[in-house]
Design a binder for this molecule. Structure first.
Ligand code: IFM
Length: 461
């Protein structure tokens, strides 16, 4: 048996990336609406105004999933649709949209998995500091209460926060994501507040519905060094590993942060951790969500890179220039065996985690329809099959992986890259909004129908 009988095969999206309807039904602007309107921040000035128009076309998208045999759909809730003011009054129009979506999924036999926060923070909350302001922890816990009260009767599985590393470091330190801030103190504060928020969201969901299953989703990687003997690089690797892979896991499992980073941040961290916080961080989750795209390569940073990063340790993946080949349109190296390695490492280092879910994995390739209207995205098929084979080997080695969600169901708004990077197994024509399932969708459908056994030949090769 390649995958357990009850293995869950899914596809994932996120609200801002697909919904469009950015002012419909009482929705207010999120930080991503603002970021898109800020010149030079998003490729070509692309916006989320229409996106895939999923807000109006969700029935069509559900039908596509049903035809493909997708068992579970991971989507996110747009906070500014549900509580337009960020705090306080909830909005029935927004809640009704998600009720219709959830009910239609269930009617189609597809299990909904909801992500509470996938980056579209109400702009009004950012105006008070957003994730750098500790108030956000209670504010998002209140959102969780509203979400559990309205949807918790039908949504069993909840992701609390998607990729808190990106929220904190891309949003508040590197500044390439909304809100576009470049400030180390803010990023450290956001790292702490997202970790606390995960615990408080979990408590809030359970207070309404104790049967809810939840977990955080982390973007994780394995680091590969130019030189495994170089003590400087090893130290840098350990800091990067703590910053990206360990921070949120050690927080929830042990109620502590990695020692090397606590030392590295020093007073900057002390300023934001209040008495009692370390106890509040600790929480059992039903699963850990893992988003894996690529291993990361660390080379010796140049002097300019050190200077550019103001003496801190965040270096680009390809610190020595071009990423190793082959890579996807994102420039991310294709390293399928790295997923097996990572899953086995997680199981070994955090044996407390009883369930792992791959909540995202996928590749950007810009294949367009051919003269017959078919999208033959063979490179995506290779990526998908080789990564699934890797998951299967990790399961054989004891990693408790129970779900896989391909990222993404649809080509969509890829943040600062706008619509230029296509991750979907379903092609979207952004002029006409026509959907065309690609070759990869049909292959994934066969994988699902056979519960992964069509992978056998890949696994052995
Ligand atoms: O599109 C994103 C998604 O929103 C979060 N994880 C990575 C994906 C690809 O960059």
């Amino acid at each position: 048996m390649t995958f357990p009988d009850d293995f869950n095969w899914g596809a994932a999206t996120a609200s801002f990336q697909i919904e469009g309807a950015s002012r419909d039904g009482g929705k207010t602007p999120s930080i991503w609406d603002t970021f898109c309107e800020t010149p030079g921040k998003v490729f070509g000035g692309h916006t989320g105004e229409v996106a895939c128009d999923h807000y109006h076309r969700y029935q069509e998208d559900i039908k596509i999933m049903k035809d493909l045999g997708i068992q579970s759909y991971r989507f996110s809730l747009a906070w500014p649709r549900i509580i337009p003011g960020g705090t306080g009054q909830s909005n029935m129009h927004g809640i009704d949209f998600y009720n219709r979506l959830i009910d239609s999924l269930l009617e189609a036999g597809i299990q909904p998995t909801a992500t509470l926060y996938h980056w579209d923070l109400p702009q009004s909350l950012q105006d008070n500091g957003g994730w750098a302001n500790r108030d956000i922890v209670q504010q998002i816990a209140d959102l969780a209460t509203v979400a559990a009260e309205n949807f918790g009767d039908r949504v069993a599985n909840w992701v609390t926060i998607n990729e808190p590393w990106c929220v904190s470091w891309l949003g508040y330190y590197i500044g390439v994501h909304a809100p576009g801030i470049k400030d180390l103190d803010s990023a450290i504060a956001a790292s702490h507040h997202t970790a606390l928020a995960h615990a408080e969201i979990t408590r809030a969901l359970r207070a309404v519905r104790p049967e809810i299953r939840s977990g955080i989703t982390l973007n994780m990687t394995s680091y590969r060094l130019d030189d495994d003997e170089n003590p400087e690089l090893l130290k840098l690797r350990d800091l990067q590993d703590s910053n990206l892979n360990r921070w949120w896991l050690d927080a929830q499992i042990k109620g502590e942060y990695p020692e090397n980073l606590v030392d590295f941040y020093g007073e900057r961290l002390e300023k934001v951790v209040k008495p009692g916080d370390m106890d509040r961080l600790k929480i059992d989750s039903e699963f850990l969500g893992i988003n894996y795209y690529s291993d990361s390569f660390i080379g010796t940073p140049t002097e300019q890179q050190v200077a550019k990063n103001e003496g801190t340790f965040i270096f680009p993946i390809n610190s020595n220039g071009e990423p190793p080949l082959p890579h996807t349109d994102m420039g991310w190296p294709i390293t399928p065996q790295g997923l097996e390695h990572l899953l086995v490492r997680i199981h070994k280092d955090w044996p407390e985690l009883e369930e792992l879910a791959i909540t995202e994995n996928g590749a950007a390739y810009g294949d367009e329809p051919d003269e017959n209207g078919k999208v033959n995205d063979e490179r995506r098929v290779d990526y998908l099959l080789s990564h699934l084979a890797s998951v299967s080997r990790a399961i054989d080695r004891g990693a408790p992986v129970k779900s896989y969600y391909y990222w993404s169901l649809l080509d969509n708004f890829e943040w600062a890259e706008g619509y230029t990077k296509r991750f979907g197994i379903v092609y979207v024509n952004f002029e006409t909004l026509q959907r065309i399932p690609k070759l990869s969708a049909n292959v994934y459908s066969k994988v699902i129908a056979s519960n992964g056994s069509v992978l056998e030949h890949v696994k052995k090769s």
